[in-house]
Ligand binder design. Structure first.
Ligand code: PLP
Length: 386
């Protein structure tokens, strides 16, 4: 039995992947040059107006510490995360990248976080009158004006000021005293469905809201929103998923490059025959002689259990089906049709590659590319290219 990948495997790997240590069961490749190129392509689609860098959830699982500097280098000056702790962790790294980055906390001003936001130079996205009041009070305590974004709920019913709140603010503009609005934003619920009537409804609601709020740069578009056209663009876009390779136009070819590759090692290969079964629940049963390869990745690595019996993988360019249930640390492939010398302990199987990317795996799992990315586990060996 061979323990390291065969020489033919080595020939196929890129220089980054050749460095995978023998102790690593799986290897995740993150192409930072593709991240940069995707950002440029999205900015071109946004007619060269500014883009924010959305690096919440550790840059959708790909590593905010590695990704954020690339996007700053590409010109991003507004950086968006979801939670105050994410922002606090990222602030020193961002300060080292560029002296004037605006770091926004999308989830808003959680009670009791006012002082921490000021101390770490964070801009909360103020989502309610209560958050506005708390930020104004903090400005009063500090004796200086404090910057923040204002979010309008234009139809998603999740976060942001509702129409009645806008009326209240219009009648009592002093509630914004001491707050410098640096951005007025809203979020689209259906941008990935260009024909959905809610897009136009939200656009109308956002435009109406802008009339009632102080002048500030406006932002409506996430990744798919950019492709709804210039009416939706305003001053700043906030693409996340498309920067990381997820198709922002699901009904059309992907305008961005794949970013993520994933390989995992074969641990064992066995012959079985009818009526033997494979895996928990005995959900897969051999109908004749078959060969099963057991591979070192599972749902604890973000290879979702809903991929059981549905996903495809590739060995040296040959498609093989995932059979039986996904376990916590293991998956099983039917490799009956693959030449035995390609299927041995230590050999690598492609779980994500340019031919079978995050959107394909998401379809097989019954989910979206966003969930595939953010679920990627912490056990893989990580290599950043470019
Ligand atoms: C996550 C998020 C984005 C980015 O959305 P994508 O669909 O990943 O481009 C933009 N704006 C807000 C408010 C978000 O929460």
């Amino acid at each position: 039995m061979t323990i390291s990948p065969s020489s033919s495997d080595r020939e196929r790997t890129t220089s980054g992947e050749a460095a995978i240590p023998a102790t690593a069961a799986g290897a995740l490749t993150i192409d930072l040059a593709a991240v940069a190129e995707n950002f440029r392509r999205l900015r071109a689609a946004f007619l060269e107006k500014p883009l924010a860098a959305v690096v919440k959830a550790d840059a959708y699982g790909l590593g905010a510490a590695q990704v954020a500097p690339v996007l700053v280098k590409e010109g991003a000056r507004s950086i968006l995360v979801a939670q105050p702790d994410e922002a606090i962790a990222l602030r020193p790294l961002l300060d080292a990248c560029h002296p004037a980055l605006s770091l926004y906390v999308l989830n808003g001003l959680m009670p009791g976080t006012e002082a921490a936001c000021v101390e770490h130079n964070l801009l909360p996205v103020l989502n309610s009158l209560g958050e506005i009041d708390a930020w104004r009070a903090e400005a009063g305590r500090r004796g200086r004006a404090l910057p923040a974004a204002l979010q309008v709920d234009s139809g998603m019913s999740r976060l942001g000021l509702q129409p009645a709140d806008l009326e209240t603010l219009q009648a009592a503009p002093e509630r914004l005293e001491g707050i410098v609005p640096t951005l007025v934003m809203s979020h689209l619920a259906c941008a990935d469905e260009p024909q959905h009537p809610q897009n136009a409804q939200q656009l109308t609601a956002f435009r109406a809201a802008l009339q009632k709020l102080p002048d500030a740069p406006a932002s409506l578009c996430n990744s798919p929103g950019i492709f709804l056209g210039p009416d939706y663009h305003f001053d700043l876009a906030r693409p996340g998923a498309a920067v990381y390779g997820v198709n922002p136009t699901p009904a059309a070819p992907n305008p961005v490059l794949p970013v993520v590759g994933l390989k995992a090692r074969i641990l064992q290969v066995r012959g079985i025959d009818a009526p033997q079964s494979v895996g928990y629940g005995a959900t897969h049963r051999a109908t004749g002689p078959a060969r099963i390869a057991t591979v070192a990745a599972g749902y604890a690595d973000g290879y979702l259990r809903s991929l059981s019996g549905r996903a495809r993988a590739w060995i040296n360019g040959h498609e093989v089906p995932v059979v039986g249930r996904i376990s916590m640390d293991l998956i099983t492939l039917d490799v009956t049709g693959i030449a035995p010398d390609k299927v041995h302990p230590g050999a690598m199987v492609d779980l994500l590659d340019p031919q079978h990317g995050v959107d394909d795996l998401a379809r097989e799992a019954g989910t979206i590319g966003y969930e595939i990315l953010t679920a990627l586990g912490k056990r893989y060996h990580r290599a950043y290219l470019g």
